[in-house]
Design a protein around this ligand. Structure first.
Ligand code: N2P
Length: 361
């Protein structure tokens, strides 16, 4: 108890005006950090954290490429990082200032080296999958026991989606998350940049568009939890956060997360430092702090995404460590594919098609 009071007092003193010059500006995904991570960092280092959130790689990218974002640490998905590095968006990390990076899983870091050659610019923050979150009871009431909750057809087959429209379907508002899974469902290459393929994926999504209540990439957490919607294409941990909130509310909302059998995206979100970060030293300190096994385990326990520090598993809640929707088993992993890297031409096609899908015209 004494220690806790001591730290809080220290944090108060250090965040006071006398120390206000030491700052780190962090731009991270919403619902993506433990409740006490920032306070712990501030108490330990005396560096004040200015924390801002987004729910879209496209929003982050627009800020970064406009320059002078003012951010010191950002968390792009590795497939976006891949095209942002050659655009000069990031500085190489000084690994001598991130000794805890030695604890990163070598296999996972080797996998993301496909997007960041030599792992020079970024380290893994959390990773996860795209899948379907659904309300067990509402879906069963409408589709019976045969509801294809293990398949993308739940949301991409108009016959099925139309029966769920009244309880509310939501899609991620992210073309780079939606096109690959739509292509995969169609049996096409999920990484295809062929305009005809992308057109087919758009037509598929347009065919269910009348049954989709909204497109949003974070709103579905509370809506699923409250029973306001019944099905969401979403990110693994976010659906599990909804599940956790539903349980806590005790209103009898039972949710589940499914990784569709056709396969899905496995993505990695990366901590990186913008080229023009105003406080690069503090950025390195923040990244190093996060990579401590106990700290990163706290985050995993709070947001239900796996991290890439194997030594953290000892501190991860056993229910989470054994949850196959968080840590997919081998046979499911074999069905996952990395998020695609889109070039500027494909990006333009996707933006145009996505506007058409979203607006339904
Ligand atoms: C965090 C969602 C991040 C997942 N709430 C998308 N990369």
């Amino acid at each position: 108890m004494k220690v806790r009071i001591g730290l809080t007092a220290l944090a108060l003193v250090m965040s006071g005006p006398a120390f206000s010059q030491e700052v780190v500006n962090v731009f991270n995904w919403s619902d993506y950090i433990a409740a006490d991570t920032i306070a712990k960092f501030e108490a330990e280092t005396g560096i004040r954290v200015v924390y801002d959130v987004y729910d879209s790689n496209d929003v982050l990218e627009a800020r970064l490429l406009a320059g002078s974002s003012g951010y010191d640490v950002v968390v792009p998905t590795s497939s976006y990082l891949a095209r942002q590095i050659p655009a000069g968006a990031y500085q190489p990390l000084d690994m001598s200032k991130i000794p805890n990076a030695a604890g990163l899983d070598e296999k996972l870091m080797a996998a993301v080296a496909a997007h960041d050659p030599g792992n020079e610019h970024a380290v893994i923050y959390m990773w996860g999958t795209n899948g379907i979150g659904y309300n067990v009871q509402m879906v069963a009431e409408r589709l019976g026991e045969d509801a294809p909750t293990d398949s993308w057809s739940l949301v991409f087959d108009p016959e099925i989606a139309s029966q769920l429209a009244d309880c509310g379907i939501s899609f991620l508002d992210s073309s780079s998350d939606m096109f690959p899974v739509a292509l995969q469902y169609l049996g096409l290459d999920p990484h295809s940049t062929d305009e005809a393929d992308l057109e087919r994926a758009a037509e598929l999504m347009e065919s269910v568009r009348p049954h989709v209540r909204y497109f949003h990439s974070s709103q579905y957490i509370s809506d699923l939890a409250n029973g306001e919607t019944c099905v969401a294409i979403g990110w693994s941990g976010d659906v599990l956060i909804a599940m956790d909130r539903a349980e806590e509310a005790g209103q009898g909302v039972e949710l589940a997360y499914t990784i569709p059998k056709e396969g899905t995206i496995e993505w990695f979100d990366m901590m990186a430092i913008p080229a023009d970060a105003p406080n690069p030293d503090n950025a390195h300190a923040f990244i190093n702090f996060i990579l401590q096994p106990e700290i990163v385990a706290d985050i995993t326990n709070y947001v239900f995404y796996p991290n890439a520090i194997p030594a953290s598993l000892e501190y991860v809640d056993p229910d989470i460590a054994q949850d196959e929707s968080i840590y997919p088993p081998e046979e499911v992993m074999a069905n996952l594919f990395p998020s695609p890297v889109y070039d500027a031409r494909t990006d333009r096609i996707l933006t145009r098609l996505w506007t058409r899908v979203r607006t339904g015209q």
